[in-house]
Design a protein around this ligand. Sequence first.
Ligand SMILES: Nc1nc2c(ncn2[C@@H]2O[C@H](COP(=O)(O)OP(=O)(O)OP(=O)(O)O)[C@@H](O)[C@H]2O)c(=O)[nH]1
Ligand SMILES: [Mg+2]
Length: 204
Amino acid sequence: MKRCIVLGKPNVGKTLLALALADYMKVKDVEITFQDPGGARYSRKYPMDIAIRELVGTLPHQTRCLQSLSLEFRAGKGKKTVELVDTTGLIDEIHDDPLTRKAMAQTLSAIRSAQIIIHVIDAHLLGDADGLSDPREGDLDMQLAAFAGPRGGYCIVANKMDLPGAKRGLARIRRLFTGYKVLPVSAATREGLKEVRRHVLRNL
Ligand SMILES: Nc1nc2c(ncn2[C@@H]2O[C@H](COP(=O)(O)OP(=O)(O)OP(=O)(O)O)[C@@H](O)[C@H]2O)c(=O)[nH]1
Ligand SMILES: [Mg+2]
């Protein structure tokens, strides 16, 4: 089974994107397997609306472990299953909390086992950063693109396109990440999910 990992900074919409994609692909009750950095593993099934209510949040580091779900794609006469893995948000600094640090290390090591990588960036936040200079060379998103980009199956999702300033943010992302595939998406309104699905399918 191929693995598709969803990663990026905290609060950019990784969890909502993963669930919105499953919803777009008609998953009704979503079974999430939680794999915590200590090695414990357990699964829980949720109706989609409850999963969104419980797993998506406004506080950074809402997600603190690997959270995977299965997506089925029709391939010829058969089916292919993809493990879609939502991860802990990554930050530039060393986090104060040891458990969050462990969860971030777990995210980084999961990149190596993924064949498909969806790097989520908040387009609204970048577009809103009026007067701010462009991210520094060492910015985490730049580092992630440099690390994960050359691997196959990589794309950037410019998320939150429904919010003000996101169009400007998208233009900025396209300029800063020249040469990478950039997909404009709103996980909230479901805009752009067709292209995300197609990206996964093309890399199966
Ligand atoms: N308007 C809008 N809000 C969004 C969108 N995607 C996510 N959000 C909101 O952004 C906040 C963070 O969403 P999450 O999906 O929890 O973000 P995350 O990247 O998983 O966050 P961590 O797990 O903390 O790293 C929530 O309040 C979401 O409702 C979007 O496309 N548009
Ligand atoms: Mg999350």
